[in-house]
Design a binder for this molecule. Sequence first.
Ligand SMILES: Cc1cc2nc3c(=O)[nH]c(=O)nc-3n(C[C@H](O)[C@H](O)[C@H](O)COP(=O)(O)OP(=O)(O)OC[C@H]3O[C@@H](n4cnc5c(N)ncnc54)[C@H](O)[C@@H]3O)c2cc1C
Length: 409
Amino acid sequence: MRAVIIGTGPAGITAAETLRREDPSGSVVALSTEPYAPYSPAAMADHFLTGRDDTLYWKGQNVAELRGIDERRESVVIGLDVDNREVVLHDDSRIPFEGLIIASGSKLNAPLEGADLPGIFDFKSLRMADELIGRVKRGEARSALIVGNGFIGVELSLLLADLGVDVTIIGRRPWIMPRVLDTLTAAVAQRGLIERGVKLHLGVEAEAFVGSPNVNSVRLNDGQLLEADLIVAATGVKPHIEFLHDSPIVTDWGIHVDDTLQTSETGIFASGDVAEARDWLTGERFVHAIFPNAVAQGEIAASNLLGANLKYDGAEAMNSLKHLGIPIVAMGTIDQPDDVLRWESGSALRSIYLRAGTIIGAQLAGDIRAAGVYRSLMLRRADVSCFGRGLVEPGFDIGNVIWDALAAS
Ligand SMILES: Cc1cc2nc3c(=O)[nH]c(=O)nc-3n(C[C@H](O)[C@H](O)[C@H](O)COP(=O)(O)OP(=O)(O)OC[C@H]3O[C@@H](n4cnc5c(N)ncnc54)[C@H](O)[C@@H]3O)c2cc1C
């Protein structure tokens, strides 16, 4: 098959490799907007901190050459001609396809006044991250304001603090990563951030980016104006779908896909942060923008483009803070539990969210060794009521005791 893939992020490059493996006589063109080899955004902080390239270019910088993928960088798709089965590029050239996978990922979503002014940084792409960290490393920036207290804002704050920047996070909700962490787990993370020198300005609303010719401050809704050398937007992400505006492909927040990850058009699939796939727990369409979902979806979309007809089990929610010094993992949901079990000792905290005897979410801080066990029980929808409070206590994760108990229950 002559296939085109929009994107060489974790979803796109996985799809490209899968196509080459499963259809060696076909051809694959893989497009990206940036000048870099396929990379993992999740490894950017580590890359800038350590200088390591191997996790950033997680497939190797020569993956395209090695696998026979026609990788084309700085090739921006601006439209899709579904009737003629062609992708339209920024220079008006066209690439014909028999099968298409859209893996264009997500971009910054900054619904704030002044968000389109020059001088605002983000940490969503390697190109932007390179510019931002370049300014710090050249000594041009000693202070930073990060607007947004979600995962990316927190990761970036730790990186900047380690690089000697005086960094403040501004967040609307009074605790960090409010969509992912409950207040108790967030409190553990916040203590860690403060110890690392990150300042938290939470429970305040950033209203506008301000400054001319370049943005140099943020106005809060109480009128305060906060200034810094670097102003960073980490206000959330949204799927990269603007090039689909004239196409018949059905979109909402992201691209609608069915259980095989096919879009509303036959032979056109979507995967990764751009796809609204089913949530494994609720069955509703949702974008869980994380690396493992992107990789799994890229593989399935490619196999299904070749006719495999595999069903995608559903996207899961899972986040871990890697650079805090205190390991923290959050998985599943904390919405509408009918019971919550907690165990705390020193800086270790476990919270298990239950509904109808099954785990719907888990948050672990300090000691995350049981994360794999909880995840496995959650994904199996196992009835864990037989464990009672023992479910959160230390030692729960030891060996086959769990599986024996489950088998007997
Ligand atoms: C700072 C940061 C830290 C993260 N940390 C973690 C983590 O610890 N764990 C985790 O699970 N997840 C993490 N994530 C999320 C994870 O990186 C994403 O879920 C994953 O990258 C999604 O992969 P993707 O291929 O769908 O999209 P992306 O990685 O966004 O790739 C999109 C690709 O599409 C291309 N593209 C976009 N538009 C066009 C166009 N018009 N024409 C041509 N090409 C186009 C882009 O150039 C790019 O190649 C992190 C993300 C960031 C930004």
